[in-house]
Design a protein around this ligand. Structure first.
Ligand SMILES: [Zn+2]
Ligand SMILES: [Zn+2]
Length: 214
């Protein structure tokens, strides 16, 4: 699911991208894997014809269980930037890590975004700190993760302060979000082991503790 105030427009990075049409303050939950995002199991992916698989491979989001999720509401069109303004390291949602002004492209860091071993992409972000090639392995690099996590930590307290258009959805699936709302101020305090690559499976019916133990 994608927050409000974002539109699809031509981008210099790829054909199109996501652009803010309203101010998105730092600390806003921008997107998260949700029950409405279409998914394909690993088995279903094997049966997808090659041309269609190419599109899913480009825009989908490979999860730790080998399934693929296509972020809904056009969120799959979010481009990569080596100075992304939306990050998810250690969280199961993408968070605005700086104020995003109307007209700004909304970007994330693809290295933290896939578990596809051996995946790589040439980056066109053109920024001074551009890493050139973006790889799945970078997402596991402790130095990069620490740098991205520090950027999240810097704005995490704002999660409880800013207006959250996705509040109902994110509070129903994310324990990390609940912990931040209850006062966790760092990813280390809020982290629950779930990430955007291993989101808690959204269920229509959540079994109670009693049902689970039965
Ligand atoms: Zn969704
Ligand atoms: Zn780059």
């Amino acid at each position: 699911m994608l927050t409000t105030g974002i539109d699809i427009r031509p981008s210099t990075t790829d054909n199109v991208g996501l652009f803010a049409t309203e101010p998105i303050p730092a600390g806003t939950v921008v997107w998260l894997p949700c029950a409405k995002c279409p998914t394909w199991s690993a088995g279903e992916l094997d049966a997808v014809p090659a041309d269609r698989f190419g599109l899913l491979d480009k825009y989908g989001h490979l999860l730790t269980d080998g399934s693929l999720l296509l972020p809904c509401m056009g969120a799959f069109l979010m481009n990569h930037s080596c100075e992304a303004n939306v990050l998810d390291t250690g969280l199961d949602f993408g968070l605005a890590v700086r104020d995003i002004a109307p007209g700004d492209e909304v970007t994330c860091d693809y290295a933290t975004f896939t578990e596809d071993e051996g995946w790589s992409m040439t980056c066109n972000c053109g920024l001074p700190g551009c890493r050139g090639a973006i790889t799945t392995e970078q997402g596991h690099d402790p130095e990069l993760r620490a740098r991205l996590t520090a950027r999240i930590d810097a704005v995490l307290p704002r999660v409880a302060e800013v207006d959250q258009p996705l509040h109902d959805v994110v509070s129903s699936v994310s324990r990390a979000y609940a912990r931040v709302r209850q006062g966790a101020t760092t990813v280390a305090q809020a982290g629950t082991g779930t990430t955007v690559c291993s989101p808690p499976r959204p269920r229509a019916h959540r079994p109670t503790e009693h049902e689970v133990l039965k």
